[in-house]
Design a protein around this ligand. Sequence first.
Ligand code: 5AD
Ligand code: SF4
Length: 410
Amino acid sequence: MLNARGLVQTDNVADADIIILNTCAVRAKATDKVYSALGRIRLIKKPDAILGIVGCVARESGADAFRRVPDLNFVLGPQSYHKLPEILENPDMRLFNIDLGGLEKFDEMPQMEKSPLVTYVPIQEGCNHCCTYCIVPYTRGREVSRAFADCVHDVELAANTGAVEICFLGQNVNGYKYTDKDGKTYRLSDLIRAAAKLDAVKRIRFTSSYPTEMTDDLIDMFATEPKLLPFLNMPIQSGSPDVLRRMNRPYDLDQYMNIVHKLRLARPDIQISSDFIVGFPGETDDDFEQTLQIARAVKYINSYSFKYSPRPHTAAAQMSDQIPESIKSKRLTILDAELNEIQRAFNESCIDKKLMCLCEGPDKTGRHLVYRTPYMQQCIVNATDDKPKQLCNIVITAANKASLRGKIVD
Ligand code: 5AD
Ligand code: SF4
């Protein structure tokens, strides 16, 4: 949208005519960072540069953002990005829109002429799972799925303009469900099939999935569609049934493990990643121990763990038994050590294996190329070729907890 109006991207804030902070509100730390960044930027920007925030912090703060940062020009929620050019037409206004419920932005935003090698295609927005800690249902609203034909169109456009890997994106991506005017209902498995038909598309994945929405049609895709990568992000959050209940994540561990089992039957080499929250209100040492146990049992790779952060508009923020920061920190350190150990063991198990990897480009030194394995590990190879292959087989020669080293074989 901005390119079409003659603007180009700059890396230098002091040069910019318009500065957009794209923001996340999922934890307090992310929100705080936005306001400290705004404080810094105000001091170095050109006096007449237009400054604003878009995304979930805009939605969370609302008009209060203008009070906190008086020279802010625009505050646009996650479903109002397409309104941005209005501020160029009238820089003296305060542009404000935090409305929800629309897929309008997808119709309004122009199509990209060139797509990145890995292209993210948003297929649904919002979330109907009201986890008691999570601000997403407030910032993004109820779940809405985009029209099947629109999603396929975006995948085709990406494939025709440079994409090799498609990642379907949504807060609750496997809840994707769209019924067209003839009454035919489409699910994520239909989108995967449609993407896999395109020659240019070599790898497909999706994120983020809610465990109990891993329906059999989707699990079957791991058995039948080789382009679907053997890697799945399926957050469990906690290994304690009590904590899960208070988180309003109504699945039991048997149910979760049964889904893991079905996935492994479908695709024996599948690896699973999770998000974890430690220090949820009322979490005991025993609850936390159960989280460690589930992490060991599933052998999660590429996982993320967070200290529970009380958020506005959420039920858990009002719960008694909030856990002291020092205990949260201790638990996080223990969990991270465990997850690192599992990751290191998995990375080492890849030594001597041949993996089909996708090139992300040179590293900072320019002497190496960074590739991504089918399990989303980083794999470093020596840069010997001026025109590195985008997709190639690499034999893994060494591993540590953070990355792999390898040699391109074909
Ligand atoms: N505190 C800490 N982590 C949170 N997440 C969501 N809400 C919170 C919160 N209030 C984490 C969850 C989710 C990931 C995107 O962020 O683990 O899966
Ligand atoms: Fe938030 Fe995910 Fe729970 Fe939805 S399923 S409320 S996005 S944590």
